[in-house]
Design a protein around this ligand. Structure first.
Ligand SMILES: CC/C=C\C/C=C\C/C=C\C/C=C\CC/C=C/C(=O)SCCNC(=O)CCNC(=O)[C@H](O)C(C)(C)COP(=O)(O)OP(=O)(O)OC[C@H]1O[C@@H](n2cnc3c(N)ncnc32)[C@H](O)[C@@H]1OP(=O)(O)O
Ligand code: FAD
Length: 643
């Protein structure tokens, strides 16, 4: 199962080696993080990032190993933006010459970059950005400027204190004419003494949600006061500005300017399963240790994992972690394919890839954030302790619902793709993840054939149900949209239904990828049978949760919906015997989990007790403030004594 989770034996070995490397090195200790103030926390992160870079070089780690190393260090920092956004932006949007100049500097970290797109006034609406880049023909330069307060760049990670360079997104102006938003490579700091370059105002935007997690990152604010950069620092793969000031667009679609976001959204989907599996691992292990009620004849009480209600909350999350792992793996292969095509100037699969990355990013991050919080509740009161590992995990994870495309905004992008696909149905056969929309007639006409609960243990029955639900919702939106004279007005009016239809489409993708995975690549029959159970749990849980959609579209009868739920409950008892094996297969080490409740050895109570004594408040019996503020109250003569 560990191999099935990792994707291959080699992938397992690489991640396992890196997990152990981090866990066994005292530099990467992280239990004390919650006690550190912001400055110490930040410096500590800088120290770890520097040490990690030394390890990467000394041990000659591969790119894959370096990624895993950074992952297990488990502290957001400037290198995330450098490797995940700055470098890919140059790779995807730079010309050959620009790549030749900038990539070697970035890949050896002689420069450190960030991705400065979002502003105080605009994040989602990229075309609404206000920073300007005005071409000056006399000097062959662009003048970068922040004309308003709301044009201040706001959020870029690593920008406040570390990055020496940034890809800055700004409106291009030539001879007073706007040419849309483009990316520019801008140096922010001196490579000698690290001070901000003249004309730039740089700072940190302040503390964020949680304590020891995202506050390790220096998210920054940046303002330009007429800062000049050479013309050849505009990323020019998509459009070019000549030294005469001529603006030209190549055959490459403008959407490629958004390519870095497609790349990171793909990574975010792949990472969702890491965060969810971490929470599920903690909650499952603890649910086996924790006992409440049910003692008979003085025997042990019931393990809380044996309560049906606990199972009904926990096991769908366990199944979701596996579903997200497989859909992340699938999305990665789709992305690798589109990347190769883009390099060869084949842009045909970009719209579908954009819709998949946007939609799956929204689906997986929302479910993961909610899932982590549910796991916290599944651990009862102890889940609220920082030492459970769950509050900080939630604080770290929840911004994923907003960054890299706010989730609702992303689902609306999926809706645009679906509406377009439906309106082209007469002359263009949909392919890939939208292929089912090419079979609308049977999907709209045929109804579900299930008659018993066992009939739901059938991948074809499940797939058809999810396809019919999505197709009926999408087609329904398409028909209602057609009634509007102004399509944009219609889109806005129907946006709630469109977001629901997009979710149905994305859930269909996750379910069908899980089923495909079972059909092809599982090593060993025992593993395959166990994963089949999780696949059914995932699908039937979604069916139960969204049964309103399935019923309202008329595909299922209420009886068939309740048979699905009956089967789901039966499946929980099949998950139970393997629950610990399922979570051990994630191969999460105690260091990574950073949770007293999720310890591999189950030794929860002594370690909880021990952890409590490490709190600084327990350094002494009488702490600072008691004599000054508590003793006087105890010793005062009360005026209201008689009352
Ligand atoms: C430590 C972190 C822990 C875990 C994370 C794990 C891994 C991640 C690793 C590193 C990241 C680390 C930390 C995160 C840092 C965060 C960074 C950021 O947030 S960067 C900023 C991100 N900003 C956004 O995502 C903005 C969202 N907005 C948009 O993308 C666009 O404005 C929007 C698509 C909403 C609208 O575009 P617009 O051009 O205004 O309009 P329109 O809808 O008309 O689109 C035109 C046309 O283009 C198509 N399209 C849009 N986007 C894309 C795209 N990306 N690719 C391809 N095509 C695209 C769109 O569908 C439309 O097509 P049609 O004309 O309809 O055919
Ligand atoms: C931790 C973190 C790290 C970040 N790192 C970076 C970074 O490195 N670089 C960078 O450039 N940016 C970064 N960002 C910024 C991030 O990309 C934006 O916050 C994100 O894109 C969301 O945009 P917004 O803040 O403008 O949200 P808004 O768009 O203002 O969202 C507010 C609300 O409005 C709704 N809404 C907006 N538009 C529509 C619409 N058309 N229809 C319906 N509803 C709508 C949304 O659904 C949401 O509910 C980071 C953000 C965070 C939280």
């Amino acid at each position: 199962m560990k191999v099935a989770w990792a994707g291959s034996r080699e992938a397992f070995q690489v991640s396992d080696r890196m997990a152990k490397l981090v866990a066994n090195d005292p530099v990467f200790e992280k239990f004390s993080k919650p006690m550190l103030g912001r400055k110490e926390l930040f410096k500590n992160t800088l120290r770890k990032a520097a040490y990690a870079w030394k390890l990467i070089n000394d041990l000659r780690l591969t790119e894959e190993e370096a990624k895993w190393l950074r992952h297990y260090i488990d502290e957001p920092n400037y290198t995330d933006l450098h490797w995940e956004m700055f470098v890919p932006a140059i790779e995807g949007q730079g010309t050959k010459e620009q790549k030749k100049k900038w990539l070697p500097l970035a890949q050896t970290m002689q420069i450190i970059g960030t991705y400065a797109q979002t502003e105080l006034g605009h994040g989602s609406n990229v075309q609404g950005l206000e920073t300007t880049a005005t071409f000056d023909r006399q000097t062959d330069e662009f003048v970068m400027h922040s004309p308003t307060l709301t044009s201040s760049k706001w959020w870029p990670g690593g920008m406040a204190k570390v990055a020496t360079h940034a890809i800055v997104y700004a409106r291009l102006i030539i001879d007073g004419l706007f040419h849309g938003v483009h990316g520019f490579i801008v140096q922010l700091r001196s490579l000698e003494d690290h001070s901000p370059l003249p004309g730039l105002t740089l700072g940190d935007i302040g503390m964020k949600f949680g304590h020891g997690t995202y506050n390790t990152m220096d998210n920054g604010v940046l303002r330009f006061d007429h800062v000049r950069i050479p013309r050849n620092q505009m990323l020019m793969r998509v459009s070019q500005v000549t030294k005469e000031g001529k603006y030209a667009q190549s055959d490459v679609p403008r959407q490629l300017l958004y390519g870095t976001m497609v790349s990171v959204r793909q990574t975010i989907v792949a990472d969702a399963s890491k965060a969810l599996s971490r929470a599920v691992c903690i909650a499952t292990r603890y649910s086996v240790v924790r006992r409440q009620f049910g003692s008979r004849n003085g025997g042990p009480e019931t393990q809380v994992i044996d309560y049906k209600t606990q199972q009904s909350r926990l096991f769908p999350l366990l199944a979701s972690a596996y579903a997200f792992r497989f859909v992340g793996e699938w999305l990665k292969s789709l992305y690798i394919d589109v990347k190769q095509r883009l390099e060869a100037n084949d842009f045909s699969t970009l719209p579908e890839t954009h819709a998949c990355t946007a939609g799956l990013k929204a689906l997986t991050t929302a479910a993961t954030a909610d899932g982590i919080e549910e796991c916290r509740k599944l651990c009862g009161g102890h889940g609220y302790l920082i030492s459970s590992g769950l509050p900080e995990l939630f604080a770290f994870y929840v911004p994923a619902c907003s960054y890299e495309g706010e989730n609702v905004v992303m689902m609306l992008q999926v809706a645009r793709f679906l509406v377009k696909t439906v309106s082209n149905l007469g002359y263009k056969q949909p392919v890939g993840t939208a292929a089912y929309l090419g079979r609308v007639t049977p999907l709209l006409q045929n109804n579900c054939a299930v008659q018993t609960a066992e009939d739901w243990l059938n991948p074809d029955a499940i797939l058809e149900a999810f396809e019919a639900r999505a197709a009926r919702m999408v087609i329904g939106c398409g028909e209602r949209l057609a009634m509007f004279e102004n399509p944009e007005e219609g889109f806005a009016e129907l946006s709630i239904d469109l977001v629901e239809a997009s979710l149905a489409h994305c859930q269909l993708i996750t379910v069908s990828v899980f089923i495909q995975k079972l059909n092809h690549e599982i090593p060993g029959n025992g593993v395959k049978r166990s994963l089949e159970v999780l696949c059914y749990v995932y699908a039937l849980f979604l069916l139960h949760k969204h049964q309103g959609d399935f019923l309202a579209t008329g595909y299922l009868t209420p009886k068939q919906a309740s048979l699905a739920n009956e089967q789901l409950r039966t499946l929980y008892s099949k998950v139970r015997p393997n629950a610990i094996a399922f979570v051990d297969s994630f191969n999460h080490m105690d260091h990574y989990l950073c949770s007293v409740l999720g310890r591999y050895d189950g030794n929860v109570y002594p370690k909880l007790y021990e952890a409590a004594w490490k709190d600084p408040l327990n350094d002494s019996d009488i702490v600072d403030g008691i004599q000054q503020y508590v003793q006087p109250i105890l010793k005062q003569k009360l005026h209201y004594a008689k009352l």
